[in-house]
Design a protein around this ligand. Structure first.
Ligand code: CA
Length: 234
């Protein structure tokens, strides 16, 4: 088959690189490998892969510099692989335009799910800035973008305007983590204070309204220190 999605794996640890390559090849992807940042940038322009899996800690260039560079000319999905425990690096990578991240060590199912989500979002219209339309469904949860309304098992959920905006935004990017900063800017505007507290309060209220057990959510998950992620739609 010629139409296998091609993935560039940028990873200086040969063992991890091979591990990722094996998973991808056995699941129908074609794989390119780069062991450093400069090689990655060259391969990106010469091979135009559909997705990049990027290790942040590279010997020659910091991964965040690669994201910055790629985002100046391409919207290709970038999935960051990070061994770093610090949330700061993940948040920086996401705010620079990476689509998602996965923390080492990870399993093949998690990696494949992240890749599918990133590719689906890239092929959809999420990058075009089109107004929301249609419906999102996950389990009992329905977000109706036309009516700007949320339903749980067919029952009206009474959300405030900002609560609806948060749910709509997360569902639009379902399966992907959105940083606190990203959500704050989208809902409260560019002048938002960057104070996560207002977001936490809103999220607590949303969960009280849509989750059976707000302490063990099934629709909107907390990515500790980074942001929130909505479950994939049906
Ligand atoms: Ca590394």
């Amino acid at each position: 088959m010629d139409n296998k999605p091609s993935v560039l794996v940028v990873e200086d640890d040969a063992g991890i690189g091979s591990f990722i390559e094996t998973i991808l090849v056995s699941n129908g992807y074609s794989v390119l490998r780069a062991s450093g940042g400069r090689q990655a940038l060259m391969m990106l322009t010469s091979h135009c892969p559909e997705l990049m899996i990027l290790d942040l800690g590279l010997p020659d260039l910091d991964g965040t510099r690669i994201i910055r560079s790629v985002r100046s000319w391409s919207k290709m999905p970038i999935l960051v692989v990070s061994a770093r425990a610090h949330e700061k690096d993940k948040v920086e990578a996401l705010d620079l335009g990476a689509d998602d991240y996965i923390t080492k060590p990870f399993g093949s199912a998690e990696l494949l799910a992240r890749i599918r989500t990133a590719l689906r979002h890239a092929s959809g219209d999420t990058a075009s800035g089109m107004p929301l339309s249609g419906v999102f469904r996950a389990g009992d949860l329905t977000v109706d973008y036309n009516k700007m309304h949320v339903y749980l098992a067919g029952e009206d959920v009474h959300l405030t305007r900002n609560e609806y905006k948060i749910v709509a935004l997360l569902s639009r990017y379902a399966g992907r983590v959105l940083t606190y900063d990203h959500i704050l800017k989208n809902v409260w505007g560019p002048v938002s204070s960057g104070d996560n507290q207002i977001l936490r309060v809103n999220m607590a209220n949303i969960r009280r309204k849509i989750e059976k057990n707000p302490a063990d959510p099934q629709y909107i998950f907390t990515e500790m220190g980074v942001g929130y992620r909505m479950i994939e739609g049906d």
